[in-house]
Design a protein around this ligand. Structure first.
Ligand code: SAM
Length: 206
């Protein structure tokens, strides 16, 4: 997607996100946060934090930073953190995931839930996520990746030209996130509904 389209598309999504796309993707966020909570991690970066639906579920002793390009989505996340008194949420900042304003190797875990098929230049975002992750740290990703065969694969290919309108790429290839030489796949599994989402854990080399 183009960055301008991200802004306009997610300004439209923000008021209804939690009860629509956000509601049907809860399993992905829950799986990712449960996994992160089990790690001996301290500092977590959530890239594309959106309306902050995952924020209440992190362990209260973690230090969680969230970034998102959309001010409209971030406003919802900030409201949640305040209303629910989420003290583990350290910072919620407006930022382009292609240029993360953090030093190298700052975070133990970098999470990206339902975002990697949304951002412009996903390979560049992956490189940034690797850069800010500590050696031996983990990238935790949930996303929809393109299917190769069947009716759903055909639907994905048909809707692909409408990415800027929809707010994501429906035919996004998993190989795009597996290109970084410093990463190895630790875990990969399909998630409901209908195996549409994939949970992926990648470890940065030491
Ligand atoms: C489908 S939402 C997912 C939000 C959240 N992670 C969740 O699971 O509910 C995608 C998010 O990616 C954000 N996004 C898209 N491009 C971005 C970029 N270049 N930098 C930061 N955030 C971006 C959008 O603003 C939107 O909030």
């Amino acid at each position: 997607m183009e960055l301008n389209a991200v802004k306009t598309s997610y300004a439209r999504w923000a008021p209804v996100y939690d009860k629509t796309f956000g509601a049907i993707t809860n399993v992905g966020r829950r799986t990712a946060v449960d996994y992160i909570n089990e790690q001996g991690a301290e500092k977590v970066l959530e890239v594309g934090v959106g309306t902050g639906l995952a924020l209440p579920n992190y362990r209260s002793d973690l230090r969680v930073t969230g970034i998102d390009f959309s001010e409209d989505m971030l406003a919802k996340a900030r409201a949640k953190a305040k209303t629910l008194d989420l003290n583990h949420v350290q910072d919620l900042r407006q930022m382009d995931a292609r240029n993360l304003d953090f030093p190298d190797a700052l975070f133990d875990v970098v999470a990206a839930m339902h975002i990697i098929s949304v951002v412009p230049e996903p390979e560049r975002v992956m490189a940034e996520m690797v850069r800010v992750c500590k050696p031996g740290g983990r990238l935790v990703i949930t996303n929809h990746f393109a299917r190769e065969t069947g009716l759903l694969a055909r639907i994905e290919r048909l809707t692909a030209p409408f990415a800027n309108l929809l707010g994501w790429h429906s035919d996004f290839e998993i190989t795009t996130v597996l290109k970084q030489p410093e990463l190895k796949v630790i875990e990969k599994k399909s998630l409901p509904p209908m195996g549409m989402m994939t949970f992926l854990v990648l470890q940065k080399s030491e």
